[in-house]
Design a protein around this ligand. Structure first.
Ligand SMILES: [Zn+2]
Length: 221
């Protein structure tokens, strides 16, 4: 009764199209859910963006990120509007999609790309971690937070790929590398643009003796 009243007074709207949701819908209306820019089954853009410098077992993204598109709206909510629950929700959709595709989810743990403690404090949560929580939920995957961001990178603008990586490489560290030694580790982020952040994280994991790396990203630009 109370929730019905709340729904009537403050109707929840779809994060993609602003239409009022019905009571069965959560965060995204069914029309938008059916129209998410889901990448093709055999899309290899994520792998290609990162391959070459790090040894990847596999790399997959869920959505295609376009300016003003649905993925952009979802990520904006998760990142800047405090909508952590949406992160968990789409993380869950992502894992269902990955499982349906028959992709190897036999990793030993799932690590969210970390935020610098200062950024974490101002945002209140790590958006990549909300996605990781939703992703892990479905299959009881173990979450690990031993990757840390110890430094903020300098501005990446006007840097080429090589110097972007150099700039990022010292920003991450592992809390306890013995726990990751010889493991298959999956790392997850909200969106891949240049790939420099994930590349630096993978570099750090490699140094810690991780045997196999899977990269997962909710969206790719
Ligand atoms: Zn909608």
């Amino acid at each position: 009764m109370f929730s019905e009243l709340l729904h009537f007074l403050f109707p929840e709207t779809c994060v993609c199209c602003d239409e009022v949701l019905d009571e069965k819908e959560k965060h995204i209306c069914s029309l938008c859910l059916n129209d998410l820019p889901i990448l093709d089954f055999d899309d290899s853009s994520t792998f290609k963006k990162l391959a070459g410098r790090i040894k990847l077992h596999q790399a997959h993204s869920f959505l295609k990120f376009n300016k003003s598109g649905k993925a952009q709206k979802i990520i904006h909510q998760i990142k800047y509007k405090g909508n952590a629950a949406l992160g968990v929700f789409v993380g869950n959709l992502f894992s269902q999609h990955i499982i349906e595709k028959g992709i190897d989810i036999g990793f030993d743990c799932l690590i969210p790309v970390p935020l610098h403690p200062k950024r974490l404090q101002s945002r209140g949560y790590n958006q990549a971690e909300t996605i990781a929580i939703g992703f892990a939920e479905a299959k009881g995957i173990f979450l690990d937070n031993s990757l840390l961001k110890t430094k903020e990178a300098l501005s990446q603008i006007r840097k080429n790929r090589m110097s972007r990586l150099e700039n990022m490489k010292d920003c991450f560290d592992i809390y306890s590398s013995h726990s990751l030694h010889n493991k298959h580790v999956a790392i997850i982020d909200d969106v891949i643009t240049t790939g420099a952040t994930l590349e630096a994280c993978c570099f750090c994991l490699e140094k810690a003796g991780v045997e196999k790396i899977t990269v997962l990203s909710l969206a790719i630009a």
